[in-house]
Design a protein around this ligand. Structure first.
Ligand code: SIN
Length: 555
């Protein structure tokens, strides 16, 4: 490698919980870390933030693990958390990956607290715990009422900017990754665009922690940056993706009325509102989930979202309502327990004191993603993925509420450990200067893409709609520019939409968050579908052997 090459020990793409946890841990172990952050420089008071982490409301699902100082619910255990996770995952969550992730949760949360994150506590000083859909007990810790993600992002942002041990993290803001440099089958660097200029930075280990894909849809709970960047980067680098058809629709995204169907991020009404007594009712005041599931409004998220969809179809009314009158009584004030939700309602012109919040299902979380092991290793040596972009097997066909921050924390720490162990691997000469790979991506106009996905690939899907969507996506023209963040995002959305449609078409059954209106039954065997890119085609791939081959080569 030439001396002038921009070289680090570890390059992290993304600045949410998984990326910054990995960056901080690796830097504390002495690594030179570069973080490529698509958003602006971190500022806690910015009105719109760029990571989904910041917007996470409910909290972190975590089992205390017998700590006498903080016992939690005595009925809880990692086994029970695992069993809830597997039940929510609709047969596709992988116990072998999920158990160690869940078991490491408490230690990871303590690490986060040591970095300054503060969680809500009871009058006795114990961690407060709430309940969300699919959880058998109250095990979800939270911060600032419903501002858990914001508290975590603040702690991580402060730690990156002012590390306690003098370690240095080189955060490059407004830098969007355009490609992973792969040489001799290994990931050795990242190409990125910053200030209209293309650059490359090289390292033996690259972590994709780019978050989700909510902006595949016209309305989503996700911030503007959730444009599937990491899925596209990984596919183009040769990694496999799986379970992409499982896009989780949150049952309670704020409905803004026929005239208010604005494109982009909409306020989420946390499941914790139902955990504290909120009830879903249709326009006539009838329960939405009665007789649907024994856990009622606290059934797993796919079940509740589908019940909301069914209620909307049955009544012909465009939304259902979250009745929060019981919450107000139980907690001594909806506004103080749920300040983030309250602020979102007020900003959208909805009166929180009315006791009835109009809601619809909204695109919220990508359960599938880049196939990795429980340490974030993909099938491409040197390339890791963690957080929402990754598919570790924890979520299966439907993520259990509040398991995602936990996964980002735990796998972020493990990814850092891998990076530390690989820091001295040489990078051969000859890659520096490989700023562009010269390929011209397919790019569909974003509005057309979002409308296509919203119409044909949302909660309920069928073969005709998926075929129509595939036809529109396959017709996307190739476009070299204008080169900028928007163009890179649109190319990522286009490739990812094609992959989601291919995965949804291949799954001719209803399972988890994938509802096939033309195949309402669930097949006896649960099988994950993986894909890879072959030239411009998405082709079926092996789930396990690809990853295992990569893992062997990682070590
Ligand atoms: C919520 O607070 O309802 C969202 C939490 C999550 O998506 O895990």
């Amino acid at each position: 490698m030439t001396d002038s090459a921009d070289r680090a020990d570890f390059v992290v793409v993304g600045a949410g919980i998984a990326g910054l946890t990995a960056a901080i841990r690796a830097a504390e172990a002495g690594c030179r870390v570069v973080v490529l952050n698509k958003g602006p420089s971190w500022c806690a008071d910015r009105a719109e933030q760029s990571t989904s982490t910041f917007y996470a409301q409910g909290g972190v699902a975590v089992v205390t693990g017998g700590d006498p100082a903080d016992p939690g619910d005595p009925a809880d255990s990692v086994d029970l958390h695992l069993s809830d996770t597997l039940a929510a995952g609709a047969g596709l969550a992988d116990a072998a990956s999920a158990r160690p992730i869940l078991a490491d949760g408490y230690d990871a949360v303590w690490g986060l607290m040591a970095w300054g994150a503060e969680f809500d506590r009871t009058a006795d000083g114990l961690l407060s715990r709430t309940r969300e859909g699919g959880h058998s007990v109250r095990r979800i810790i939270h911060a600032g009422g419903d501002a858990t993600g914001a508290a975590i992002q603040r702690a991580l942002g402060a730690r990156v900017t002012r590390p306690a041990d003098g370690s240095q993290i080189d955060v490059r803001d407004e830098a969007i990754a355009t490609g992973v440099v792969v040489a001799d089958g290994r990931a050795v660097g990242v190409r990125y665009l910053r200030g209209g200029v293309e650059h490359a930075v090289y390292a033996p280990t690259i972590l994709l922690a780019t978050g989700g894909a909510g902006h595949l849809y016209a309305a989503t709970t996700n911030p503007a940056g959730a444009t599937a960047d990491g899925i596209a980067l990984a596919l183009r680098a040769g990694a496999h993706v799986a379970d992409l058809e499982f896009i989780q629709f949150h049952p309670t995204m704020l409905y803004l009325g026929p005239g208010g169907a604005a494109r982009g991020r909409r306020t989420l009404i946390s499941e914790a509102v139902r955990g504290e007594g909120g009830r879903l009712v249709d326009v006539d005041g009838r329960s939405v989930t009665d007789g649907v599931h024994p856990l009622g409004d606290l059934a797993p998220r796919d079940v509740v979202a589908n019940a909301v969809r069914a209620a909307i179809v049955r009544t012909g009314h465009p939304c259902v309502y979250l009745d929060v009158t019981a919450v107000r009584g139980a907690t001594g004030g909806f506004e103080s327990r749920f300040p983030t939700v309250t602020a979102g309602l007020v900003a959208s012109g909805v009166d929180p004191s009315s006791g009835r919040i109009p809601v619809v299902p909204g695109a919220h979380y990508l359960c599938g993603g880049v196939v990795t092991d429980a340490s974030g290793a993909t099938g491409v040596p040197g390339l890791l993925a963690a957080g929402e972009v990754a598919r570790t097997g924890l979520h299966g066909g439907n993520r259990l509420a509040s398991n995602s921050l936990l996964e980002g924390l735990v796998v972020g720490r493990r990814a850092a450990a891998l990076a530390v162990s690989r820091r001295d691997l040489p990078i051969s000469d000859g890659y520096a200067g490989a700023v562009s790979d010269g390929s011209v991506p397919r790019v569909l106009d974003r509005t057309v893409l979002q409308d296509t996905m919203t119409t044909h690939v949302a909660l309920g899907r069928d073969a005709a709609g998926l075929g129509a969507a595939a036809g529109i996506l396959d017709g996307a023209p190739r476009s070299a520019g204008p080169l900028g963040i928007r163009h890179v995002e649109d190319a990522a959305l286009t490739l990812t939409a094609r992959a989601v449609i291919a995965a949804a078409a291949a799954r001719t059954e209803t399972r988890g968050s994938h509802v096939r209106l033309d195949h309402p039954g669930t097949a006896p065997d649960a099988v994950s579908h993986a894909f890879r890119l072959d030239g411009d085609e998405l082709v079926p791939a092996d789930l396990v052997p690809g990853a295992v081959a990569g893992l062997v080569a990682h070590r």
